[in-house]
Design a protein around this ligand. Structure first.
Ligand code: F0G
Length: 459
């Protein structure tokens, strides 16, 4: 297109109204929820950037596909369509549907990880880490050094530190490393992409030690777009080709179709190893369902199959990545510290930089997330010490997380530019009074994934 403005490559066909709550109503809601934004009613939120997972708008083609869903218990036509699309995109021969990404993780780690094992990843997502640890394994994050520094601008800040990977495997012994994972894009590290070159280097290390490599592929299409934009030799390649090349370097993947499947629910586990896949299918039957539906309705399989094709369209990816960068540029120009460069699905505010007066064990990113909601009804999510810190067994301060971030995740095809302009206004307004924001103490927490249910009190 000859014009600078990158437009949404769709028009709106069906809308949902937003309740415009008042600050007073939101303050009450916060008290009720124990200052945990997961405890809010979604109707209390004006712009919901809690997650980009399952919150996007589906296309009319996806809805039409749902009407064609085949709900047969075994051998549904919708499954074979889903399987075909996943095979075409990933090249993996074994395709196991699951109700979402974490089900694929649980099944994969149940068949691969034993007590005392080590699983390296660039950065484990919270459920991935929890599923490794639940099996008695250690989840080790080996993202490159720059990936832990919000201010450093690099094209592929999600890359794995290949030297650290080799050292970790050598130290543990390859027999204690059942698999290596790479998360594309690196969600917990700021939505940062991984380069093809880095994937190749990780593959070479895996080959050397004869270890399988699995991608956590939730945002594979966004990663492919970044490779197209930023890596030499890929500018003229189609996102679909680039994605296929990424998958060709791995032995399998876990996938949450709630992200780059453009669907409200769904996921899969895919691989080339038939024996491993059969073991996984046996577990699938135990908790998820028969291998041709895996906990999904036939219509969900249709929605995912269509979503996986739509997500690789260039116009969509161009708009998607541009609209995230738009929010990042707006707040960054106003002096708000963010992880640079912006990731594909979200903008991450650096709460440690914005609130240097709040120590990590008083949860600066939680405090900022609460304030964004109270002030403007914008719900983001804390990715800091609440999510990734470790509680002290003797009741002392938590061991802090590497970064204190508030993620503003952008649901796909859901909000317009004026919604995003509003979010920028709220963020800039909150940042202007940053020194007034106070920290929190955690008064209730669960042993796993505590950020979902913890309750807080103001310090
Ligand atoms: N891996 C990554 C990188 C993820 O971002 C997620 C989910 C999962 C695995 C698990 O998938 O939710 O379908 O079970 N991320 C969401 C988020 C929840 O908000 O980033 P799931």
């Amino acid at each position: 297109m000859p014009y600078r403005t990158i437009i949404e490559p769709f028009r709106i066909h069906s809308v949902q109204s937003i309740d415009l709550t008042t600050e007073e109503q939101r303050t009450e809601a916060l008290e009720r929820a124990g200052y945990n934004l997961f405890g809010l009613h979604a109707d209390e939120v004006i712009i919901d950037l809690l997650t980009d997972s399952g919150t996007g708008a589906m296309s009319s083609e996806q809805w039409a596909g749902m009407m064609r869903g085949d709900e047969s218990y075994a051998g549904s036509r919708s499954f074979y369509r889903f399987e075909e699309v996943v095979k075409q995109i990933t090249g993996f021969s074994e395709v196991i549907p699951t109700h979402q990404g974490r089900a694929a993780e649980r099944i994969l780690f149940s068949v691969m990880v034993d007590e005392g094992d080590i699983v390296p990843n660039n950065t484990h997502f919270d459920t991935t880490r929890a599923n490794v640890e639940y099996r008695g394994g250690a989840a080790v994050d080996l993202v490159i050094e720059e990936g832990r520094d919000p201010g450093t601008v690099l094209p592929f800040k999600g890359n794995m530190d290949v030297a650290a990977l080799r050292a970790t495997i050598e130290e543990a012994g390859a027999d204690r490393v059942p698999l290596v994972m790479v998360t594309v894009t690196n969600n917990s590290g700021g939505g940062q992409p991984v380069s093809m070159e880095n994937l190749r280097a990780v593959r070479a290390v895996c080959d050397e030690f004869e270890l399988p490599l699995f991608l956590d592929a939730c945002r594979f299409a966004e990663n492919a777009w970044f490779i197209k934009q930023r890596e030499e030799g890929y500018a003229d390649r189609a996102p679909r080709d680039i994605a296929r090349e990424m998958f060709s370097l791995a032995d399998g993947c876990t996938m949450s179709a709630k992200k780059d499947g453009l669907s409200n629910i769904g996921g899969f586990l895919a691989m080339n190893d038939r024996t491993l896949a059969d073991e996984a299918r046996n577990l699938l039957i135990l908790t998820e369902g028969f291998p041709t539906y895996g906990g999904l309705a036939g219509y969900d399989l249709e929605a995912v199959a269509t979503g996986l094709q739509e997500v690789l369209e260039e116009d969509y990816l161009r708009y998607r990545i541009r609209s995230t960068a738009y929010l990042a540029e707006k707040i960054s120009a106003a002096g708000v510290p963010i992880v640079q460069p912006p990731g594909g699905h979200a903008v991450y505010i650096d709460a440690a930089a914005m609130l240097p007066h709040i120590p990590p064990h008083e949860y600066p990113a939680q405090a900022l997330a609460v304030e964004l909601f109270r002030t403007g009804g914008v719900r983001g999510v804390e990715i800091g010490t609440v999510m990734f810190g470790k509680p002290d067994p003797d009741g002392g301060p938590d061991e802090p997380a590497a970064m204190e971030l508030v993620r503003l995740a952008i649901p796909r095809r859901t909000y317009t530019q004026s919604h995003i302009d509003y979010v920028a206004e709220v963020v800039i307004d909150v940042a202007a009074d940053a020194e007034e924001i106070r920290g929190y103490r955690m008064v209730e927490q669960a042993p796993w994934l505590r950020h979902f249910t913890a309750r807080f009190e103001g310090v």
